[in-house]
Design a protein around this ligand. Structure first.
Ligand code: PLP
Length: 482
């Protein structure tokens, strides 16, 4: 099958893409899932590999029976798929799996890099980061200096290489490493990682890239960019349930002492001492690893390599430009982040409808239009507050007020629509029409909803039985009855 045919056919092969949900009008329809930046749906052919693997399931720590050999080989294959996917030469780089997403990797790298080079007491971290690529550095590095993004107000975002250069000039060899996102989880703004890597290396600093939001949307080459570390979550690339993936220069990983001890990462243990395994990834994967998740992720990456990340990027650029253009044309919509013509973006679009709190927008899109989006500050609070500050000042609210202050969370946030491979232009046009519909019915919608919790909204009259939508016990009982 040619790349473009595979791209077309794979778009329909996601579990849950067409799951039906009820709407206020009494109808039931397939959902439009626009929440891939939070977590993606499962790619079906990859899940088939997982299902088949389960027929042969065994621990990779058993060695000599057929199933254990197969599991070990498949798990090795998954590590290799990770290296191939990010174009990392296996003579230079190694990959390992950890945790349930990217967060475990950042904590590990921050702890280790800071311990190894205490004389380098500065870490540069961009202001656009997800908390997972900010707080571990704050906790473990000597001092975090935040790299401001470009632009002003709602258009704030994207990293200016000249700003990084100035910080490099200021702090020089005090910088241990630079931690930047490959693409923002709020605006999709893509970071010039090649240039930043060069700047980091000019003073002997490392570069750590958070690829959680770029991995499913844009090609990356660790070889070409000479990246030191790249980390991403498997659940953001069509493999829910898979672990975080860490790819780093083997020389760096070899200089780290294992942080977790247990089975699988030792060659021998005596009562007085133990010897840790010299080999990666075992040294970094203490205990029984997430074998099933790793193999699912390997299968997804294999499919995406067949499709070609350049083809995926090309397709998504068209969708991003179209959505930006359509939403910019609506006066009642505030759009956030730099325009895609100014800074390249992935298909993550944050917006507010004027006069609607972000929670009301998300709830009404769900209840009336079966469109699933996220709302809030997306674990990137400083970045979101910076973009919202003028709007909040206009409402007489302090963007930096503590969240205990009345109703601030209801105003301080955005709605976020984010695409995955399974989305079509039609999904995005449906979103645009749905937003127009909510604007047209603003007063009615306000009357029909009541606030709850710190930033939620619920319909006053329409309350479908959420347990009937998915209840693990009902599924289990059906399965038990056969
Ligand atoms: C840019 C970015 N970095 C890091 C993370 C953290 O990933 P996880 O929660 O899978 O550890 C996320 C998750 O939303 C993210 O979007």
């Amino acid at each position: 099958m040619s790349d473009s045919n595979l791209l077309k056919s794979i778009q329909h092969s996601f579990i849950g893409r067409d799951t039906q949900y009820p709407t206020v009008d009494g109808n039931i329809s397939p959902r439009r899932y626009l929440d891939s930046a939070a977590s993606t749906l499962m790619m079906e052919p990859a899940f088939e590999v997982t299902r088949e693997f389960l027929e042969h399931y065994a621990s990779t720590h058993s060695k000599l029976h057929y199933a254990a050999k197969g599991a070990s080989e498949a798990f090795d294959w998954a590590h290799k798929r990770v290296l191939d996917f990010v174009d990392a030469d296996e003579n230079i780089y190694s990959s390992y799996f950890a945790g349930s997403g990217a967060t475990a990797g950042f904590n590990r790298i921050a702890t280790e890099f800071s311990a190894q080079r205490p004389d380098r007491d500065i870490v540069l971290v961009s202001e656009m980061e997800h908390h997972s690529n900010d707080l571990p550095h704050r906790a473990h590095a000597g001092e975090v200096v935040h790299i401001p993004a470009m632009g002003e107000g709602a258009a704030y975002g994207g990293i200016d290489v000249a700003v990084v250069q100035a910080l490099i000039g200021k702090y020089g060899e005090r910088i241990n490493y630079i931690a930047v996102t490959g693409a923002s989880n709020v605006t999709g703004a893509i970071t010039p990682i090649h240039e930043i890597a060069q700047l980091a290396h000019s003073v002997g600093a490392y570069i750590v890239v958070d690829a959680s939001q770029m991995i499913a949307h844009a090609p990356v080459s660790m070889n070409d960019a000479d990246l030191d570390v790249l980390i991403f979550s498997g659940h953001k690339i069509y493999a829910p349930g898979s672990p975080g993936a860490i790819i780093a220069k083997t020389s760096l990983l070899n200089s780290m002492s294992p942080s977790e001890l247990g089975g699988g990462m030792v060659t021998d243990v005596y009562l007085e001492r133990y010897m840790t395994a010299g080999l990666l990834p075992d040294r970094e994967e203490a205990g029984t690893p997430n074998i099933v998740g790793g193999i699912t992720l390997g299968a997804v990456l294999d499919v995406l390599m067949r499709v070609g990340m350049n083809n995926i990027r090309k397709k998504e650029i068209g969708m991003i430009d179209m959505l930006w253009e359509q939403l910019s044309a609506i006066d009642e919509v505030n759009l956030y982040g730099p325009a895609p013509g100014d800074v390249p973006r992935t298909g993550t679009m944050t917006f507010n409808i004027k006069g609607f709190d972000h929670g009301l927008t998300a709830a009404a899109l769900n209840d009336y239009h079966n469109i699933q989006v996220r709302n809030g500050c997306f674990c990137a609070h400083p970045y979101v507050r910076e973009m919202l500050k003028r709007e909040l000042w206009d409402m007489d609210l302090d963007p930096n007020a503590l969240n205990a202050e009345a109703d601030i969370e209801r105003k301080r946030g955005m709605a976020r629509a984010s695409i995955g491979l399974h989305n079509s232009q039609e999904d995005l046009l449906a979103l645009v029409e749905a937003i127009k519909d909510l604007i047209a019915r603003k007063d009615e919608i306000h009357e029909l909803y009541e606030p709850f919790g710190s930033n939620g909204y619920r319909h006053r009259e329409y309350a479908p039985d959420e347990a009937a939508i998915f209840d693990p016990l009902i599924t289990l009982e059906k399965a038990l009855k056969g």
